[in-house]
Design a protein around this ligand. Structure first.
Ligand code: SF4
Length: 457
């Protein structure tokens, strides 16, 4: 372990890009990290539909390896994903023996640019993989957010656009299925019905994406989704009164990864909450929205400078990101409208609205970037929408998570809305359950006061 850490520290950063980049995944298996369970399976099914080998990486079984090959200064999601890939490779080596060839795998790890450590995960993990015997050949698809997670290296250009459309739909559908689960599970007739139902539904949705994703016959996928939502309604016991609604925001990996956040949603539900977690598509939309903002800024500046090559470059970017954002909004809106005809699941926040909210309040700015933009604005939106409690989930020492906390806590106190910080680092905190129980007691009181007309609904 010592040796690897020292070697990773000493490795030259300039050597990193040689191992990251284009590959030939049609001959390989693309390994999808399980950050959000449903999304990972639907996205993997979509890739299979396009003829690519794909597999969802089993998660959280390799935390010993994740910790052994990090120094302790990295963010918790980096340790989890590091452990996942190393554990899987170790198992594959054991299973295949001398026939094992790391170059038959492609590790899908999105990255980002900006002022936080997320953008360094892929570089760091590349160094560790390179330092371990037999893993140098493992390719990483590590695309920056500046191109809106373009999947250009995986297929020829023509099919890449189709894959991006089907892939985006798979994320939106996964969000809807999550929202359906959180909407019905607190009211299920028999304990365990909702979980079992969603598990079954994932399999049927996988088949839909594999069969109809590549040909973009999206209405067939949506027909199936509508049937699932309709069926989900039958699980609800209508005699159970509406419970206090709790909104979750925070760092995307932690709020999505059930094991890493120690099943926070289920714990909140056990104490009487109905939960809405921020969506996965929100992050994708934010990336595209950010790309468009930057391109517009660059375009305005290049106009002032009258620099023709820059004008052309930024104009092309404005068109590219603008078209992507329009498509994403159109597709997401269509899916939500269709499902909401069947059941009142929570809407997703629009990016332009979130930016407006921040401007109105003057609490933060999209110019600063990071998830703080989303978390602060979403908390304010949840608060205005009458939620009874708000939770901010983030890895211990996560800068955007702590900034969010510092900004929104005073505002939530002013609005008299219960608020809870839920930092996670993989350890079991003895006071956590008590903090959640207290928070939920306050949320119940908030809901009661709303019913009595003391607080606005
Ligand atoms: S968002 Fe937080 S957890 Fe994620 S990389 Fe940045 S600092 Fe780390």
């Amino acid at each position: 372990m010592e040796t690897v850490i020292e070697r990773t520290k000493c490795a030259k950063l300039s050597s990193v890009p040689q191992s990251i980049g284009k590959s030939h995944p049609e001959k390989q298996t693309v390994l999808i990290p399980e950050m959000n369970r449903i999304a990972a399976y639907l996205f993997s099914a979509t890739l299979k539909g396009f003829g690519l080998g794909a597999k969802v990486l089993p998660t959280f079984g390799g935390m010993d390896l994740g910790r052994a090959y990090t120094s302790g200064k990295e963010c918790y999601p980096c340790q989890v994903t590091m452990g996942d890939i190393l554990h899987y490779m170790k198992k594959e080596k054991e299973r295949q023996g001398p026939a094992f060839d790391a170059s038959r795998y492609v590790y899908f790890l999105p990255t980002s640019e900006g002022p936080c450590r997320f953008g360094l995960y892929s570089s760091f993990q590349r160094m560790v993989l390179d330092a371990l015997p037999g893993l140098k050949g493992l390719r990483m698809i590590s695309l920056t957010t500046t191109d809106g997670y373009s999947l250009g290296s995986m297929l020829d250009e023509e099919r890449t656009m189709d894959l991006r459309k089907a892939g985006y739909l798979s994320l939106v559908v996964a969000d809807i299925m999550d929202r359906l689960l959180w909407r019905i599970r607190p009211y299920e007739k028999v304990a365990g019905l909702a979980d079992a139902f969603i598990e079954r539904s994932i399999s049927s949705m996988e088949a839909a994406f594999e069969n109809y994703g590549p040909s973009k016959v999206f209405h067939k996928i949506l027909n199936r989704l509508e049937e699932i939502v309709e069926e989900g309604k039958s699980i609800v016991d209508l005699s159970i009164p509406r419970k206090p609604r709790v909104g979750i925001v925070g760092e995307i990996f932690l709020r999505m990864h059930v094991q890493a956040n120690q099943d926070l949603i289920r714990v909140l539900e056990r104490h009487g909450a109905e939960v809405v977690n921020a969506s996965l598509a929100e992050w994708v939309n934010y990336v595209t929205y950010g790309g468009l903002r930057d391109a517009k800024k660059g375009f305005r500046l290049s106009l002032k400078q009258r620099h023709l090559p820059s004008i052309k470059r930024y104009l092309a970017q404005v068109i590219h990101f603008g078209a992507d954002l329009l498509y994403q909004q159109f597709r997401q809106g269509k899916v939500y409208r269709r499902v909401k005809n069947v059941m009142d699941i929570a809407d997703d926040h629009s990016m332009s609205r979130l930016e407006e909210v921040l401007k109105e309040n003057g609490l933060f700015s999209f110019d600063i970037t990071t998830e703080t933009c989303l978390s602060v604005a979403s908390i304010l939106q949840y608060g205005r929408a009458g939620f009874d409690g708000l939770v901010n989930v983030y890895p211990f020492t996560c800068m955007p998570g702590m900034v969010t906390s510092a900004i929104v806590k005073p505002r939530m106190t002013e609005w008299r809305i219960p608020y809870l910080d839920a930092p996670c680092d993989g350890t079991f905190q003895p006071g956590r359950e008590a903090a959640i129980r207290t928070f939920m007691y306050q949320a119940h009181q908030h809901a009661q006061k709303k019913r009595e007309g003391e607080y606005p609904s």
